[in-house]
Design a protein around this ligand. Structure first.
Ligand code: AMP
Length: 494
């Protein structure tokens, strides 16, 4: 199917062609006609598959009748409201609206917190048809009566699962009360839990459910791998991986703001240019860090989940989970920063024993096992799967059987699903899983509640680290790289 067949206007088709898009992505193919007909939509699609255009293009088409050149603000009331969870995503969606609507006279602006409100007040007062906003700042404007939502015809919740979770829900409820009853509602996300689905059904009217890539909630272009490692050696392993693979653009996820800051500092000290991006950094710092990363001026961006959702970083090849997220849905969003728009990506997770439950949660959501690969020199020491496995009773016979299997020095092992997975030359030769093989839709799965606490010791003494890294460099520089890292990383020089 071509864009021409989707019922878009010539102005939009020109803008699409300027972008170099030759055909619609699956979510665009399915969502655009349904939205053009005026239906409410709940769209589940993998991250990086063209979700933004799938709601922006038909939205612009439907608002075309309101396009006018009048100077009067009254002639430009807000007709579409796009709510997003983060400032960075707000800017990104705003850029998309501008890009796709560049041949139209519809006006658009973006409002988000962390910056002075005055310029935003001027922008909304002059009249805009499309407003992209984060909920908190929108409420500030509403309290100051600088804008009105009574003419809104289309409401979009991007990253809808996050918009409807406990953190945002009170704000969203308040905002929705100010919208006209009669309107079109569009919700998009890569993941929807049952709870969120129920909530969404209260807002949507007879929604059309659009699901793309039902059997797999993450892109098949992404290679997932887990490197088991002691928590205390994570930093060292991260530096080793970046240096050994000469990775030039890596998005690293840390669980806490302090952890992200600390890690970025440590990496910079090791000669790997890095910056941190999280909720405690001011908007200028966040924008600067992201821009520098996109431009290739820094190699590593260390982010927390709150700052990184929805970011579209062109040709990003590597996402590394320094720590696994507490919710498996966040794993999907994190790794969705790579493997976008048809490009290959690598999602690497550094996982300690303490994070095993989190890994199980992720695998449950993905309905697939993530490949485990030990890095030589960083193996988890004295790993005896059955003894380490606190949940499973110790089976003496099995212990003996597995002891025979591990006699070969090439065997790696790691605890998974409360059982042992024994690997021989990276092939699983002994495994046992208690996971049920239910075939329900992975996009709409019950949320996972973590049992693991946030904090995790990860400080390594600097001189110790230096010695270890140096040692690795000298002794391992001529060794072949692990298979995962063989594809060369193309450094982005803009
Ligand atoms: P999104 O999922 O909306 O964040 O989009 C991910 C990336 O895909 C963005 O860089 C878009 O510019 C790009 N994109 C969107 N639609 C298409 C298309 N039809 N063909 C090629 N690239 C696209």
């Amino acid at each position: 199917m071509s864009f021409e067949q989707l019922g878009l206007s010539t102005d939009l088709l020109r803008a699409i062609s300027d972008q170099g898009y030759t055909k619609p992505t699956p979510i665009q193919e399915q969502a655009i006609p349904v939205i053009l007909e005026g239906n409410d939509v709940m769209g589940g699609a993998q991250t990086g598959t063209g979700k933004t255009a799938s709601f922006t293009l038909p939205m612009l088409r439907r608002l075309e009748i309101h396009a006018n050149n009048s100077m009067s603000p009254a002639k430009h009331p807000i007709r579409a409201l796009i709510l997003v969870p983060t400032r960075e995503l707000a800017m990104q969606v705003y850029e998309s609206v501008k890009t796709y609507g560049k041949y139209m006279t519809l006006r658009t602006t973006v409002i988000y917190g962390g910056v002075n409100i005055d310029a935003q007040i001027d922008a909304v007062r002059s009249g805009v048809e499309i407003l992209v906003a984060t909920p908190g700042r929108l409420l500030d404007h509403l309290q100051q009566k600088t804008l009105m939502l009574s003419k809104v015809e289309i409401l979009v919740l991007d990253e809808a699962d996050r918009m409807l979770d406990m953190g945002f829900l009170p704000d969203i409820k308040q905002i929705i009360q100010l919208l006209p009853e009669q309107r079109q509602n569009l919700m998009f996300s890569a993941t929807f839990s049952e709870e969120i689905k129920k909530l969404a059904s209260k807002i949507l009217k007879k929604p059309v459910l659009i699901e793309v890539a039902k059997q797999n909630s993450v892109s098949e272009l992404i290679t997932h791998v887990v490197h088991p490692v002691e928590p205390i050696r994570k930093q060292e392993l991260l530096i080793y991986l970046i240096k050994q693979q000469n990775l030039q653009q890596v998005l690293v996820f840390a669980r806490t703001k302090q952890g992200a800051d600390r890690l970025a500092q440590q990496l910079s000290r090791q000669g790997i240019s890095s910056a941190a991006i999280h909720g405690d950094r001011n908007q200028l710092q966040r924008t600067q860090a992201l821009e520098n990363f996109k431009q290739g001026l820094i190699r590593v961006l260390v982010a927390t989940d709150v700052a990184a959702r929805g970011l579209d970083i062109e040709e990003l090849t590597h996402v590394i989970n320094f720590e696994l997220p507490n919710s498996p849905e966040d794993y999907v969003h994190r790794i969705g920063r790579t493997g976008r728009a048809g490009t290959k990506g690598f999602a690497i997770s550094l996982v300690s024993r303490e994070e095993n439950q989190l890994l199980i949660g992720i695998e449950k959501l993905l309905r697939t096992k993530v490949k485990l690969e030990e890095i030589k020199g960083f193996e988890l020491k004295n790993l005896q799967p059955q003894i380490l496995d606190k949940e499973a009773p110790i089976d003496e016979k099995k212990l003996k059987r597995n002891a025979l299997s591990v006699q070969n020095k090439n065997v790696n092992s790691f605890v998974k699903h409360g059982q042992a997975v024994i690997r021989f030359n990276n092939e699983v030769i002994s495994k046992n899983t208690r996971r049920s093989e239910k075939s329900e839709d992975p996009l709409f799965t019950q949320p996972y509640v973590s049992k693991v606490s946030d904090a995790e010791a990860m400080l390594v003494k600097q001189d110790e680290l230096n010695k270890k890294v140096l040692h690795k460099k000298l002794s391992q520089s001529n060794r072949p790289l692990p298979a995962l890292f063989i594809p060369p990383v193309i450094s982005k020089q803009k």
